[in-house]
Design a protein around this ligand. Structure first.
Ligand SMILES: [Zn+2]
Length: 356
């Protein structure tokens, strides 16, 4: 049982810490979104907006959370609100357009993307989708009901329809969770190929520790007895790579690419520290290039370390840092310049201090 003294000290600590700020609630919200906890995210963004009703990023977060909870009307309202406050908030336009399109409001979706393009004329996600939607509008096939699916699923071995349905469902929910948290979605339909374990090693020539791969297609071994939560984790990981590639086809350091993929593997509660505190680190500059060639133990450390460094980028640069960083790289900026512009800290300084 708790003693009165303990209760009193807890109460005192709470008083000293003071009330939480809108920015703190907003940070909690984005963290919950990344973890796939839409309910907690919605609550945190509510609190943030109660304290600061004019913060476009909290409103965007509230919109993403509402969408993940299936509250489409709320999501539409929040995203439109975020855009009124900050018309150049492309992440809000991208999701609002997608939602309208899914609701078969093709003209509305086109209008949202056209407005967004005025602020981000070089955004390839906007231009590619807009072209496709304009073509679709020109065909006038208003009777065809679109089934929301952002993936094609193929089997390298004998097809297994129930498995394909499960994979499709996992991918769709990861699509909205990860896309919402990054603020971007894969540019095109993503092909997915499912293999048996042996076929996967043969075809991809991937090292023993690889659970899947993305090379323009998501390739995942599903043979034998496969645990649904493992499968979901691998799919989320590879889908993150697809989204990263959509924003920035080249020039992304491996630690950032893998770090994001590892962070988005997790749904629900965040696990403890990713690596033992006294493990010596691999220099982050070594992890800018491919992990192929690392031993199994080093590979494990490389992924954990990448996730930690990426989390640090988000902590330092805020919820839009990843989107801005990837967009800057995609626009052809050298990584150092892209990093400093998005994170507001020189990369050299980050390399020195990120573990602190
Ligand atoms: Zn990966």
């Amino acid at each position: 049982m708790l003693s009165l003294a303990t209760l009193l000290s807890v109460w005192l600590a709470a008083q000293v810490a003071g009330p939480r700020t809108a920015a703190q609630w907003s940070t909690d919200g984005w963290q919950a979104l990344r973890a796939g906890n839409a309910e907690a995210a919605a609550r945190a963004f509510d609190e943030a907006l109660r304290l600061d009703a004019r913060d476009p990023l909290s409103m965007l977060g509230a919109g993403v959370a509402a969408h993940l909870r299936g509250r489409t009307d709320d999501a539409r309202q929040d995203l439109a609100g975020a855009l009124r406050l900050q018309p150049a908030l492309t992440a809000a336009s991208l999701l609002l357009g997608e939602i309208l399109y899914r609701e078969t409001d093709l003209q509305g979706a086109i209008a949202v993307y056209e407005q967004a393009l005025a602020y981000a004329p070089a955004n390839a996600q906007l231009t590619t989708k807009l072209e496709a939607w304009r073509r679709e509008a020109a065909v006038h096939d208003s009777f065809s009901q679109r089934i929301a699916s952002h993936f094609t699923i193929m089997f390298e071995g004998p097809p297994d329809q129930p498995l394909a349905a499960r994979v499709a469902e996992m991918l769709e929910s990861a699509y909205w969770r990860i896309g919402g948290a990054i603020g971007a979605y894969p540019r095109d339909v993503v092909p997915v190929v499912l293999y048996s374990k042996e076929q996967f090693r043969d075809v991809t020539q991937s090292p023993g520790w690889a659970g899947g791969m993305f090379d323009g297609r998501i390739r995942v071994p599903v043979g034998g007895k496969i645990d649904d939560s493992d499968l979901e984790r691998v799919l989320a990981h590879e889908l993150t790579h697809a989204i990263v590639r959509g924003l920035s086809p080249r020039g992304v350091p491996q630690w950032l690419n893998e770090g994001l993929a590892v962070l988005f593997e997790r749904t629900g509660a965040v696990r403890g520290p990713l690596r033992a505190p006294d493990t010596p680190l691999i220099p982050l500059t070594r992890l800018e290039r491919s992990f192929t060639g690392l031993s199994t133990a080093d590979a494990r450390l490389a992924y954990a370390e990448s996730a930690q460094a990426t989390q640090r980028v988000i902590d330092v640069g805020g919820p839009m840092a990843i989107y801005n960083l990837l967009t800057n790289i995609g626009a052809g900026l050298p990584f150092d310049a892209a990093f400093e512009r998005a994170v507001l800290m020189p990369y050299a300084e980050f390399l020195k201090n990120w573990t602190e």
